[in-house]
Ligand binder design. Structure first.
Ligand SMILES: Cc1cc2nc3c(=O)[nH]c(=O)nc-3n(C[C@H](O)[C@H](O)[C@H](O)COP(=O)(O)O)c2cc1C
Length: 306
């Protein structure tokens, strides 16, 4: 398996386009789809490092990849430096970097000490980053963190500078606090963070089309952008399509079937992709279909083959 140096992508001078970690969704089949449409880096869904190290079953079900699935960043939820470093050692031969989730705001995660609560524990995050850095021999293997912002932005800048000094390769900033859901993204905060660091920074939050990619890059001065819901709705958005092209829908069907994607996941992705291109009555029928053959027949009859 070849390995990529993710950091080379940041030196190209173009905006690096990243598919976000998404539990249930950013799995191998979906990553293969977005890679066809100008996505530069893909993240796995968040994997709990402790479970991953404890159980072979968890390793098999949570992490699937293939030789074309690069550059790939494996995202872990962790709260212990040794566990994260051990998990990084397991996945490093099959990936280009690990990322520590410091942004998940869900109550179960925060109460377990994972996700967004880590933005209040800069020393622990620094130790986790340092431990992974020291334990992985390959200097090109990237170690990154994905954060939400703190209400007091100085605390976020302090966290980022601490992990920069500990050897973090790059940082993704979702420009919302842990309490915010649909409020506007604080791009000004992302700009402040970027200007306080020397390492690459990726902006995340509400990037829905290629115009957003460029305008948010210009607004914040970041090195790249990450999208989650924008890519779910339109996996071809980084290639400049304003809505999901039919080619992309059929590409998904071919890729998903090749990978043996379970029906629920196969169907859910199509529901997202058709959200903007199908009418409401069409969506009502489509969303209630319950087999792969019914879905394919429906798409053939409604949109025709290509
Ligand atoms: C279905 C779904 C699953 C997500 N899973 C993760 C995850 O595993 N790890 C993570 O750091 N963020 C996760 N997120 C958050 C996204 O990565 C991203 O930070 C957030 O959705 C904001 O970006 P967007 O406006 O482009 O959607 C998830 C978001 C969605 C919608």
């Amino acid at each position: 398996m070849h390995s990529e140096n993710v950091m080379d992508l940041f030196n190209r001078g173009t905006t690096v386009k990243v598919c976000a970690p998404m539990v249930r969704y950013s799995k191998l089949a979906f990553r293969s789809l977005v890679r066809k449409y100008d996505c530069d880096i893909c993240f796995t869904p968040m994997i709990i490092a402790e479970d991953f190290m404890r159980s072979a079953k968890a390793r098999d079900s949570e992490f699937t990849t293939n030789k074309n699935d690069r550059p790939l960043i494996v995202q872990f939820a962790a709260k212990n430096a040794q566990t994260l470093a051990d998990a990084a050692c397991v996945v490093s031969p099959f990936s280009d970097g690990v990322d520590l989730n410091c942004g998940c705001p869900q109550r179960w995660a925060v109460s377990e000490g994972y996700g967004a609560c880590l933005i209040n524990k800069p020393e622990l995050v620094r130790d986790m980053v340092r431990h992974v850095r020291n334990q992985i021999d390959n200097p090109n293997y990237s170690v990154s963190i994905k954060i939400r912002i703190h209400k007091d932005l100085r605390k976020t800048v302090d966290l980022c500078q601490k992990v920069e000094a500990a050897g973090v390769s790059w940082i993704t900033v979702h420009g919302r606090t842990a309490d915010e859901r649909h409020q506007p993204v604080h791009y000004d905060a992302i700009k402040t963070i970027k200007s306080s660091l020397s390492i690459p920074v990726i902006a995340n939050g509400d990037i829905k089309n290629i115009q957003d990619v460029e305008s948010i890059r210009d607004l914040t001065g970041v090195d790249g952008v990450m999208a989650a819901r924008g890519l779910l709705g339109n996996p071809a958005m980084f290639a400049g399509f304003d809505e999901t092209p039919l080619q992309c829908v059929w590409d998904w069907i071919n890729i998903a079937l090749e990978h043996g994607t379970p029906f629920i996941c196969f169907h859910h992705h199509l529901i997202y992709m058709l959200e903007r291109i199908a009418s409401q009555p069409e969506r009502r029928v489509f969303n209630n279909l319950s087999s792969t053959s019914a879905v394919i027949d429906y798409l053939h009859n409604t949109y025709g083959s290509l």
